[in-house]
Design a protein around this ligand. Structure first.
Ligand SMILES: [Zn+2]
Length: 264
């Protein structure tokens, strides 16, 4: 029974954080020597090792394998500390560079407004997916948030979901409803992220058409960027005409809660 539980914990930590499962095994091996008794002590050992690995070791190890931590600046931030804690904030150096350029250009145009990123990639191994995003497996992909404005129409850094996912800007009656099309084709997973909000917040905020349009146009005008994914009804509502703006396909999840972009 204990073995099964340990395999499940190992699997979950690996899926969620990539290195967590290995750190968990190391903690078990160390505890065979030091023999901690209480659960809280064992958890403390694991969590201490995990934090040392995540914040002090991996950032120096990942570049050897071709990825680096996203550099947070006055223009760029993780939407939630979770993305940094779970090692989901690694990219190829070229993507880090593009992010910095996009963040600066947007932040200088909209003073004080930051680029907020969600899931990027794990630190190691091409082909190792960052679930639930199967394609985030090569250091070239990243999800970023949409923009919202307050009652006075002023652009805000606040978002409408705690995780950053699952708070949708739904199609209006006259707009293409790709969500219904994909779900009617049997792609049940298409709106699965509605379960991943961890709570909806800031209900007073409105989707910012001008802010999000500016942001998307700055992304696609960056020479390093190859593609941007957004839901078709938002593509037309924002009047995005650059050929880099594509539809991701029904096998993915809907993109009217976030924007995905990737290197060439
Ligand atoms: Zn994505």
């Amino acid at each position: 029974m204990k073995i099964i539980l340990r395999i499940v914990i190992f699997g979950l930590l690996t899926i969620l954080t990539q290195i967590g499962g290995i750190v968990y095994l190391i903690a078990i091996l160390i505890n065979r020597r030091i023999k901690l008794k209480m659960k809280i002590q064992k958890f403390g050992l694991f969590f201490g090792l995990y934090c040392i690995s995540t914040f002090l070791i991996i950032p120096y190890l990942a570049p050897i394998f071709g990825r680096e931590k996203i550099q947070n600046t006055e223009y760029i931030q993780a939407h939630s500390f979770f993305y940094k804690l779970a090692n989901r904030n690694y990219v190829k150096p070229e993507l880090n560079e593009a992010l910095q350029e996009i963040g600066i250009e947007f932040g200088e145009k909209h003073y004080g407004i930051k680029l907020s990123y969600l899931d990027a990639n794990f630190p190691f191994l091409d082909g190792f997916p960052l679930l639930p995003h199967l394609s985030h497996n090569d250091g070239k992909k990243i999800d970023v948030t949409l923009y919202y404005e307050n009652e006075k129409g002023i652009l805000s850094n606040k978002k409408k979901s705690i995780s950053g996912y699952g708070a949708y800007v739904v199609p209006k009656n006259e707009e293409v409803d790709q969500i219904s099309i994909c779900k009617s084709r049997g792609n049940w997973q298409y709106d699965f992220p509605k379960y991943l909000t961890l709570g909806k917040i800031n209900k007073e905020l409105q989707f910012s058409i001008s802010g999000t349009r500016d942001f998307a146009n700055i992304i696609v005008s960056n020479s390093g960027v190859g593609k941007l994914f957004i839901e078709p009804h938002l593509k037309s509502r924002l009047n995005l005409t650059n050929p880099k703006v594509r539809f991701h396909g029904c096998q993915a999840v809907r993109h009217d809660d976030h924007i995905h972009f990737q290197l060439k």
